[in-house]
Design a protein around this ligand. Structure first.
Ligand SMILES: C[S@@+](CC[C@H](N)C(=O)[O-])C[C@H]1O[C@@H](n2cnc3c(N)ncnc32)[C@H](O)[C@@H]1O
Length: 268
């Protein structure tokens, strides 16, 4: 092909395939190249045409997987050789998903790129255990924040003490590794030790589990009960407004996917 194709940055939602948008579903059925993360269910890959070129570029703490510059270069290369490239990311591509970086990289090089928003795990995982991330009786604000600050050294650290005072509710992505420190900082910033909190692991898919604890007990409970990524941490009075009866059943799908062992070499 001589004309360059379109790259769609598509959010796959938190895992349950029923939460895929119609647009994402349509694009998966007609793409001729797919580049996907680890936090998308295996079953979604069955939607793509048989002759679609599929590339796994998952990243996870402690694993050597495809570095971001290699993923960027791969997307550029595929845009030059394929008609419809889907870059499939867990949740929403623009929420802690590096979607903004990939969009800018491609747009700067003249590639047509379009984002397809997805249902973020920070809202869906709590919902799958009946926790609303806002509630009129639990204040007026919620903050989506990463607990994995060193993931991007160019980004300033989170001021947890300031957040404790500024936000009624917190939804923390990638928060398990630093949880003990985060909980201490939040208490130093004025949050009561008794503030309700929850952790939801594998929200919306096979293996979903959760715990409810107070802020002071949260990190220890997570460790004792063997919680691991992917997990969302919710801190604030909203946890008290949980309605377990409204929680959907998790979908019987497999996520995360295995991490690819071999890193790609940038091609340009
Ligand atoms: C790199 S971030 C990507 C977030 C994604 N863009 C989104 O909007 O959900 C990965 C983190 O999202 C959270 N996450 C993603 N899927 C999840 C799920 N099904 N259940 C719980 N947490 C999840 C975890 O905190 C995980 O470490």
């Amino acid at each position: 092909m001589t004309e360059s194709g379109i790259v769609y940055l598509v959010g796959s939602g938190p895992g349950d395939p029923d939460l895929l948008t119609l647009k994402a579903h349509r694009l998966l059925q007609r793409c001729d190249a797919l580049v996907h993360d680890a936090l998308v269910p295996m079953e979604l890959l069955e939607l793509v045409p048989e002759d679609c070129a599929v590339h796994a570029v998952g990243k996870r703490r402690g694993h050597h997987s495809v570095p971001q510059p290699s993923t960027n270069a791969l997307l550029l290369e595929l845009a030059q050789t394929h008609r419809c490239v889907v870059r499939l990311k867990g949740g929403d591509p623009f929420l802690f998903g590096r979607g903004g970086e990939e969009a800018a990289y491609l747009a700067k090089r003249g590639v047509t790129v379009e984002v397809v928003p997805g249902v973020t795990s920070g809202i869906a995982a709590p919902a799958y255990v009946g926790i609303p991330v806002t509630h009129r009786r639990a204040g007026s604000s919620v903050t989506f924040v990463t607990g994995h600050e060193e993931i991007d050294k160019g980004r300033p650290g989170v001021d947890w003490q300031a957040l404790a005072a500024a936000s009624d509710g917190l939804v923390i992505y990638m928060g398990l590794h630093n949880l003990a420190r985060i909980c201490q900082e939040l208490q130093a910033g004025g949050l009561a030790a008794t503030t309700p909190a929850a952790i939801i692991q594998q929200g919306s898919v096979n293996g979903q589990k959760h715990l409810i604890a107070t802020l002071e007990d949260l990190a220890e409970a997570a460790q004792d009960q063997g919680f691991s990524a992917p997990a969302i941490v919710v801190i604030g009075e909203v946890v008290e407004h949980r309605v377990p009866a409204c929680a959907p059943l998790p979908a019987p799908v497999t996520m995360p996917q295995p991490i690819p062992r071999v890193a790609l070499t940038p091609t340009s």
